[in-house]
Design a protein around this ligand. Structure first.
Ligand code: FES
Length: 495
């Protein structure tokens, strides 16, 4: 029997199916809904073909035309798997964190566009500069995911000769998102502000990423970049400028500069921390005098990638767990049979396992079993627990080393902001109980997409905020800190 591989993005799950398998038969396992029952009328099951082939028969084409889908989109309910494919699941994209929070600004004139260029997701907002009101939002999966889910695989793809194509597709995707907003809002754009991590910055700007692949992982190309819309292949005018903001170090990009702006930590007398739990995990600690930051590899476990039953917050995912009268009670999205667990519930599960003494101080399962059942058929394996320990230790050790660098105690930190999609849904008490953040829960605050908030703030400033932040901020390499290994191993424990 001929087999094909399917990769589902942005979760980066891989499955193997027999030739001619209908996608509807396999996708519902991942929480994908088929609201019209697969009649091809609602368009809710639409998927974007990132790589490979999905043949379209006459009826499928008629449905696509009727729903006015763009050329690379298909209806999962009408698709058969006949080759290896990589597909983007539209229903996953509703989980991309846009932002509507308020911030201080000096009114300007005209309209601006703020762009959060993430490794996994893209968010673009059209903003009225006299009021800071968001007029339109576009979100989509970063089309580069077909070259790999994380930064290492993106760098590798560039080294393998795909750099020009990766630059082309990201510029084109952002240009199309802005065009879509302008179709509905016929305005002229004054300024476009873009923030993203260092790899995204280099690829968008068409610079060589290879220095980030080898020691000493340094490049001089991470400064502020301005662009002309024509050079980017964009079909609209920008009156003032298009700016990609500068990075702090080789692995801490302008998304974190934007986060520092959004939290205002660079203005505070007291010490404040920002922990961004995206595909990468970045940590910042500082005040108005001195700021230090570091990057960690904490993200994938919380996004479900390295967890055997990990999934995005879609139908069938356990989104939170509570211990009620000694019983584990799950909230399942869509009130259906649970199929897996998302990052927020993973934190709950570990906190509950500790409370019930199902796992020990070192994370080992306190029985002969190889896994611990949560609810229904959903269990966490010993490997899943270790993945969680590695992620939580990366954060806790990172914060400890930054505090050591500033010669302060963790107790001196006044506030911690948690940014990123996953950060928005976690139970802060359980974050503290698992030892991920070793401070009282009332010091921890959720802040959503700080990169996007900062990008919007940059629309109203003449880059003076960015200059101030860069002047005060230093990057700390955790791996080259002589205490890192010892601290990391300590932070793996559940105390
Ligand atoms: S389920 Fe409605 S179009 Fe596919």
């Amino acid at each position: 029997m001929i087999k094909h591989n399917i990769r589902l993005q942005p979760l980066d799950k891989k499955i193997q199916v027999n030739d001619q398998t209908p996608l509807i038969d396999v996708l519902h396992e991942f929480g994908i809904e088929f609201p019209c029952g697969g009649k091809g009328t609602c368009g809710k099951c639409k998927i974007r073909l990132l790589d490979g082939e999905i043949n379209i028969n006459e009826i499928h084409q008629q449905k696509i035309n009727k729903l006015d889908l763009l050329p690379d989109w298909r209806l999962a309910c009408y698709s058969l798997c006949t080759s290896d494919i990589i597909i983007e699941i539209e229903q996953f994209n509703h989980l991309i964190l846009a932002d509507e929070s308020e911030f201080d600004f000096t009114p300007g004139h005209g309209y601006g566009v703020a762009v959060d260029l993430g490794t996994t997701t893209l968010v673009v907002q059209l903003v009225e500069l006299s009021t800071a009101k968001v007029l339109a939002v576009e979100t989509m999966l970063n089309p580069q995911v077909k070259f790999g889910a994380d930064l290492i695989s993106r760098i590798q793809a560039c080294l393998d000769g795909n750099a020009t194509e990766m630059t082309r597709i990201i510029r084109s995707a952002i240009g199309l998102m802005i065009e879509r907003m302008l179709k509905k809002n016929q305005v002229e754009i004054q300024k476009v502000t873009i923030v993203g991590n260092t790899v995204m910055q280099l690829i968008f700007s068409n610079y060589d990423v290879s220095p980030l692949a080898t020691y000493p992982f340094h490049t001089n190309d991470l400064g502020l970049k301005t662009f002309d819309p024509i050079a980017l292949g964009w079909n609209f005018k920008v009156i003032d400028k298009i700016v990609f903001y500068p990075s702090i170090g080789s692995f801490v990009g302008s998304d974190i500069v934007a986060g520092i702006a959004a939290t205002g930590l660079y203005l505070n007398e007291k010490y404040t921390a920002l922990i961004d739990l995206g595909t990468n995990g970045e940590i910042v600690l500082g005040n108005k005098y001195d700021i230090v930051c570091a990057s960690t590899a904490a993200g994938p476990a919380f996004e479900g990638s390295n967890i055997s039953i990990g999934m995005r917050a879609v139908t069938g995912a356990i989104s939170s767990l509570n211990l009620i009268e000694g019983e584990i009670v799950a909230n399942v999205i869509g009130n259906v049979k649970p199929k897996g667990i998302c990052g927020s519930a993973l934190v709950d599960a570990i906190a509950i396992f500790r409370k019930l003494d199902l796992i020990g101080m070192f994370g080992g399962i306190n029985s002969e079993e190889k896994s611990i059942r949560l609810v229904g058929d959903v269990s966490l394996t010993q490997k899943d627990i270790i993945e969680f320990q590695l992620a939580k230790a990366a954060i806790a050790a990172g914060l400890q080393i930054l505090a050591n660098t500033l010669s302060i105690q963790l107790a001196d930190i006044d506030k911690i902001y948690i940014a990123g999609g996953f950060g928005n849904y976690i139970n802060l008490q359980n974050v503290v109980e698992t030892g991920m953040i070793e401070l009282p829960a009332d010091k921890i605050h959720k802040m959503g997409n700080t990169a996007l908030i900062g990008a919007k703030m940059f629309l109203f400033s003449n880059d003076e905020i960015v200059d101030q932040i860069l002047f005060k901020t230093n990057h700390v390499s955790l791996e080259s800190n002589p205490d890192f290994q010892d601290i990391f191993v300590d932070k793996m424990l559940f105390l």
